[in-house]
Design a protein around this ligand. Sequence first.
Ligand SMILES: [Zn+2]
Length: 128
Amino acid sequence: MTTATRVRPRRYRLRPWLIRSLIPARQMGSYMLYRRGSAVYTGRSDTDLRRRLLAHAASARAEYFTFDVHHSPITAYAAECLSFHVLEPPMDNQVHPSSPSGRLAPCPYCAPTVQLTRRSRQWQEDVQ
Ligand SMILES: [Zn+2]
């Protein structure tokens, strides 16, 4: 992917007035929080993204955020999983995202094929 085609989501200040102006109430969504220029936490809400981000703003755990609105808990979950797997330590997330309540949704990025590919690459690096 070239630089021209890469889309980087805009980072917004984690401020209540901005969250209220950007995100309607009771929307599903995923988000990433940033502190000192680095992504430090990812999450999602299957019921009210705005309320979740307002809670983060009240706790002042980050300075900036990005977000995506979703129309299905499965896509919100997949987006959160992707963010979780690309975050680099140190990060605030301690556990893998949980699947939407009442659904059996395996993480698309924890799939056995992904793990097998990683192991194969590691093995190739080890033998070289
Ligand atoms: Zn996963």
